[in-house]
Design a binder for this molecule. Sequence first.
Ligand code: FAD
Length: 623
Amino acid sequence: MFNEVYDVIVVGGGHAGSEAAASAANMGSKTLLITMNLQNIAQMSCNPAMGGIAKGQIVREIDALGGYSGIVSDTSAIQFKMLNKSKGPAMWSPRVQSDRMRFAEDWRLLLEQTKNLDFYQEMVSGLIVENGKVCGVTTSLGVKIKSKTVVLTNGTFLNGLIHIGDKNFGGGRAGERAATGITEQLVNLGFESGRMKTGTPPRVDGRSLDFSKMVEQPGDVNPEKFSYLDTTKPLTHQRSCHMSYTSLKVHDLLREGFDRSPMFNGRIKSLGPRYCPSIEDKINRFADKDRHQLFVEPEGWNTVEYYINGFSTSLPEDVQFKALRSVVGFENVKFFRPGYAIEYDYFPPTQLKHTLETKLVDGLFFAGQINGTTGYEEAASQGLMAGINAALQVQEREAFILKRDEAYIGVLVDDLITKGTEEPYRMFTSRAEYRTLLRQDNADIRLTPKGFDLGLASEKRLRRMEEKHGAAEKFVQFFRETSVTPDEINPVLEAKNSAAIRQQDKMFKMFARPNISIDDMKQVASVSEYIETNNLDGEVIEQAEIQVKYSGYIAKEKNNADKLTRLENIKIPANFDYSKLQSMSLEAREKLTKIQPVTISQASRISGVSPSDISVLLVFMGR
Ligand code: FAD
């Protein structure tokens, strides 16, 4: 059935697998996507939403490089919000509420239109490995398929075990079977594996809810979108979410099920996502809180199904039901599906290189939840990077690695492979030390040229970015070069309680004042004329405004990042023998031996490696 040797086989059609398959195929690699159920391509296992704090930046980065997640997030969106708009632009984070079914359908249709990509529905049960190199996969039906590289993106499916109260059963996700065979083989090959846990809330029938008792949460008045391409459009109408709260009564009802809770009776042993705790975890850990927020999120444009964000639980279904009926607006609630928790295997990501290729088996890449991460965006970005690097390896081209000052994706991969993770890893803005550089508005400027060089981002994408960037730079230059007289600017400054000027000054200095916005500057005739004459759109104006207002911070971070690059450039020889560095701490020697960092900079980020350990290393290397 499969006579040819594929360049890349991607195992799993979730968020990681879909991006991996798309990127490898779009870069010209003959690619096969094997997944257990072709009906569930890019299925949203948990919340019907993409983006959010730090995750929205990741989706923009994927789009800038030429991935599909941003496009699909736009075409399947039912609501858009730019989170954190009251804070500085480094914190602005786009988020959409998605039509769950349309998201999966749009992904599948996009993949079907992708050249060089074949599909096959089956469970991969093993890898073909010869002389330390992967050569293909075998399936549960015994089909052997050859390839030069394999990307594993098994998500929550490896030996997945679903828990609802005191019941548990094998499964990769509700209604889908678990994947077996792969973990056992990888462990035999010398890989270390672990267990993690995650959970999801019940889904309910919207017709049984009383929304008049809840607080409406509409989308933005002027919604934006994810993709930098103009093929997707901002929403012209949106669906609202709603908000309600738990109460002490709800908490008491939930507590009644604690003795049957797999979380508390020791049946679930693995760690779950710290920042996405179950409702039982919340009322247990924050016993002093008398209520918790619940967001009632529609699952699509037309469906009556709703997702109860904030009520993730693995308590028995009768307890879930009784407690939810006591929430305001939920008095007559009907369940579509109960919440549940799932435990699954993952592989500590310190076993990977920066390319997401495993250190143990050549040509074998891991991406997504299998690496101990949580979230669609984290998974999708790893899939993109693994797909790109698998294709590059086959084409014998240089690996593609993003640095920490270039992209959140760079921070994510570097954190994973350098520090590892013992609990499900999710991205936060605080994880990025250069977040002023890594904004959602400039992901195209940062990354589209790289995506184009890879053969992934289209020429159209590159041209759009160049036009936007060029126009914004010119507008900033206009502010630098143009002076403004007291007569022109003082009325604007006075209206904002900003000190008046006595003699003419540069427009840039006025605009850079913290409480002066572009709308204020537009009151100066020359500014509004410039905008009109040059036909500047909102994106260009916003970009110029950020460049003017945050130029000091941006310059400072660039300077710090340049210092890092100098350290980054000091390479450590492969298989370096740290045992001979007796003046280095034992812990540092052990960690460095395990991780085998590629550069001094990476070594400095390993937990347990102190600045003095780095000095020892630098002295040894003659620096
Ligand atoms: P998945 O989306 O899980 O996709 C894996 C794919 O691989 C599936 O299509 C599967 O069929 C296929 N597959 C697996 N093994 C094989 C095999 N051997 N052969 C062929 N195909 C295979 N994330 C959050 O951020 N917050 C949450 O609160 C949250 N809660 C969750 C709750 C539950 C119950 C579940 C199941 C997931 C939850 N997630 C949550 C995680 C989120 O769904 C994942 O982070 C994301 O889907 C990971 O993407 P992925 O591509 O790595 O894997």
